[in-house]
Design a protein around this ligand. Structure first.
Ligand code: NBP
Length: 489
């Protein structure tokens, strides 16, 4: 036995991760259900490093050093269970099964518990960065036991992206924590893309800027605090001209956004853990709305616009307002995603450290951005030994990203522009679900009194759900159908 790690599932992601391990000096055993993929990988990239090609899972397992580390990279769902079932009988106590696909965290929790009973470590690992990241350095979010990280962490850290010498990989927390954090990363990614879309739509419909001009705008924005991978590639996409028609490519792409499910999972989990992640949920809904082609076609002939004729006197000033609205909305979606992590930590008993999680997202993943370094700092920096009580933050960490002095000031400076943009968009009839819901979240947070008081009154009226008072301890009910006096409940 000479291989350091085995990889089973050699479609694009598995093949690239295997090559990444080999290029970093590890001997990698290879396996795929259909052996042809293994042969193809060997003939195309066999000289990337040391590989051991195998034809069966038994052969794969037999080629591994102890504790054996087998990384599964097959289609999420039933295929993962099918591979685990075959591996269980081949492995020994203390061996490690790694699932690096996009599995749902509840599946990971279930698998981890079942395999722990058999003496095996099961590590659900979130991997972000697409095909290219897998090959050259993704962001890696491993869950599972801390013990398993001792044997596995060094391998993962050596293949991850690094940000100024620090690996974009750290132990996240037990059982499903790694896959959960990856899921929330994707939820934030949905919101990041939606706010970019809203900015583009406003610059086009209200500002009158064509895609090619906007490519320059986004390129300039990439030199500001918005600097990020997604802003950078927005410029590339907007600049692209369709060879067949000579039109901007964006104008010939059907305007129905697809989704593979991680945004939906994030929204569902946000509801489950009671975290107000409106900006993220709205970005999922925006994709769903876009895909309702028949309804949209019907609506456009039935629903009037009621818009005002909006004149933009100073396009340059408008562009800057939109930039600030984008930045503020983006901060809110990060604040919501991180708040959701805290709520989930409490729900599932995970000692999640937000500073360390932000550090992992600084490079390699799709949401990589200069902003994440600032977020990491706001949460006390990267400290892989800091494991706050589940659901809490340590003393040096803010209760909400927006309360950190750096971000309170940044969002405060953007608020006037943000309000102008939301007003203009509303008057012009341009849909901005995330810009506007993020602003409402901001205002909801800072409001001294919310209409929730009236909600409580209504709940007490129709359902005797009781309410608390601002001036006295206790729980109260008004006898609505009687003499309307108040009683202590
Ligand atoms: P796919 O998700 O397309 O899965 C194909 C692989 O699964 C092949 O190796 C296939 O073997 C294997 N497989 C299937 Br399907 N059913 C199997 C079964 N019952 N038993 C054993 N093997 C089975 O591959 P991918 O696009 O490389 O993605 C892998 C994972 O990584 C997924 O969870 C995905 O969501 C995640 N991910 C993908 C990206 C991305 O950018 N593509 C990024 C991040 C994460 P075969 O060759 O014999 O059919």
């Amino acid at each position: 036995a000479q291989a350091d790690i085995g990889v089973t599932g050699l479609a694009v992601m598995g093949a690239n991760l295997a090559r990444n391990f080999a290029r970093n000096g590890y001997t990698v055993a290879l396996h795929n259900r259909t052996a042809q993929k293994t042969h193809d990988l060997m003939s195309a990239h066999g000289d990337d490093g040391e590989f051991v090609a195998t034809e069966s899972l038994k052969e794969l397992v037999d080629s591994l050093k102890a504790p054996r580390r087998v990384l599964i990279m097959v289609k999420a769902g039933a295929p993962v269970d099918a591979v685990i079932d075959q591996l269980v009988d081949l492995l020994d106590d203390g061996d490690i099964i790694i699932d690096a696909g996009n599995s749902h965290y509840e599946d990971t929790r279930r698998r981890e518990a079942a395999l722990a009973e058999k003496g095996l470590h099961f590590v659900g690992v979130g991997v972000s960065g697409g095909e290219e990241g897998a090959l050259n350095g993704p962001a890696i979010m491993p869950g599972g036991s801390r013990e398993s990280y001792v044997a596995l962490g060094p391998l993962l850290e050596s293949i991850s992206a690094d940000f100024e010498g620090e690996p974009c990989c750290a132990w996240i927390g037990p059982d499903g924590a790694g896959h959960y954090v990856k899921m929330v990363h994707n939820g934030i990614e949905y919101a990041d893309m939606q706010v970019i879309g809203e900015a583009y739509d406003l610059l086009r419909q209200v500002g009158g800027l064509e895609p090619r001009e906007q490519a320059g705008v986004f390129r300039a924005w990439n030199e500001t605090e918005l600097a990020s991978y997604l802003i950078e590639i927005t410029a590339e996409v907007l600049e692209q001209v369709d060879a067949a028609t000579g039109q901007p490519l964006v104008d010939v792409i059907v305007d129905e956004a697809g989704q593979k499910g991680t945004g939906r999972w994030t929204a569902i989990s946000g509801l489950d853990v009671g975290s107000p992640i409106g900006a993220i949920a709205e970005s999922v809904f925006a994709r769903s709305l876009s895909s309702q082609r028949a309804v949209r076609d019907a609506a456009s002939s039935v629903l009037v616009s009621g818009t005002e004729n909006v004149q933009i006197a100073d396009v340059g000033a408008f562009v800057e307002d939109v930039r600030l609205a984008l930045y503020a909305s983006k901060l809110v979606s990060y604040a919501q995603g991180l708040d959701m992590l805290r709520a989930a930590a409490s729900e599932y008993g995970w000692p999640l450290d937000i500073g360390t999680i932000a550090s992992v997202w600084r490079d390699g993943c799709i949401i990589r951005a200069d902003l994440l370094d600032d977020i990491m700092r706001a949460f006390g920096g990267r400290d892989t030994t800091r494991h706050p009580e589940p659901g809490t933050t340590s003393a040096d960490q803010p209760a909400n990203l927006l309360f950190a002095p750096f971000f309170a000031e940044a969002i405060g400076a953007a608020v006037p522009a943000w309000r102008r943009v939301v007003s203009v968009a509303s008057a012009a009839g341009v849909p901005i679900p995330v810009f506007s819901s993020a602003l409402s979240y901001y205002d909801g947070l800072r409001q001294e009194r919310l209409p929730a008081a009236l909600t409580q009154g209504l709940r007490d009226y129709f359902g005797a759900h009781t309410y608390r008072r601002v001036d006295r301890e206790g729980t109260f009910h008004t006898l609505w159908s009687g003499d309307r006096t108040e009683v202590e409940a």
